[in-house]
Design a protein around this ligand. Structure first.
Ligand SMILES: Nc1ncnc2c1ncn2[C@@H]1O[C@H](COP(=O)(O)OP(=O)(O)OP(=O)(O)O)[C@@H](O)[C@H]1O
Ligand SMILES: [Mg+2]
Length: 241
């Protein structure tokens, strides 16, 4: 199995953020993880990434147990993440931010810089190498975060609400970029997203979390036919067309 989570539970005091969550992702798939606010989606990503320890359960990547590894080793194993609230250093510029990623694979400064410049061009940020992060638009910050994640050469890319806060033109551009990354760099994706148009246009399979539990696993076009999903997330007025 390429990637699997088995029986993950995480409690914060009396609150169960993840309750016996199991899911899998096949190599080269784009899988969506959706659900209402507070359902436990970001918590699950933090657990996969090693930032948060689960109370129980396992995470396996290419049959290796990652459950107790530190974040640096999880990244070395081939998993990278972009965060719901962009985790960039405002005082760094675009090139330096991406080089933090390339340094995960090489300690040679010239090689790290060359690889970062190549990826910056690939994601459409060329010309902005010297711009400070806090001078960038939300769209560009998200692209920098994505570029820095790519710089670690992930086989599995976790994207937590990459499309949130973008206007519809930017959403379309970001969809095109994700599909180009998939075609040319061939990572596998697990994505948390509230923009249902994105889920419908790029995901092959979707899991739905509600109150920490997986309540559905289906193809995107089956979501609106599942009464549990409609009740918990889409809302009765959701129109699949
Ligand atoms: N460090 C923490 N300490 C206490 N409670 C937490 C912590 N992190 C998350 N929670 C709680 O766990 C639940 C799940 O939060 P999480 O951020 O995983 O939800 P989410 O599905 O990503 O929501 P959203 O769609 O709003 O981003 C929420 O009730 C949240 O308040
Ligand atoms: Mg979240």
């Amino acid at each position: 199995m390429f990637f699997e989570i088995e029986g993950i539970t995480k409690r914060y005091g009396g609150l169960v953020a993840n309750s016996n969550v199991s899911l899998h992702v096949n190599r080269h798939e784009i899988v969506g993880l959706i659900g209402p606010n507070g359902a436990g989606k970001s918590t699950l990503f933090q657990i996969i990434d090693g930032f948060v320890r689960p109370d129980s359960g396992f995470i396996r990547f290419k049959d290796k147990d990652l459950t107790k590894l530190p974040t640096s080793k999880i990244n070395k194993a081939g998993i990278a993440c972009t965060f719901q609230h962009a985790q960039l250093f405002p005082q760094l510029d675009v090139l330096e931010s991406v080089m933090i990623g390339t340094y995960c694979r090489t300690m040679n400064r010239a090689a790290a810089r060359q690889e970062a410049e190549k990826l910056i061009a690939f994601t459409g940020l060329q010309g902005k190498e010297g711009t400070l992060i806090d001078k960038l638009t939300m769209f560009d910050r998200k692209r920098v975060e994505l570029t820095a994640a790519l710089a670690t050469q992930p086989e599995l890319l976790l994207l937590d609400e990459l499309f949130a806060g973008l206007n519809s033109t930017e959403v379309s551009e970001m969809v095109d970029l994700v599909l180009r990354i998939r075609r040319e760099l061939k990572p596998t994706f697990l994505i948390i997203e509230h923009v249902i148009k994105v889920i419908m246009s790029i995901c092959e399979r979707v899991y739905v979390l509600d109150y920490g539990k997986i309540i559905a696993e289906c193809k995107p076009d089956e979501l609106s036919k599942n009464p549990l999903v409609v009740k918990a997330y889409l809302g009765e007025e959701y129109d699949a067309s």
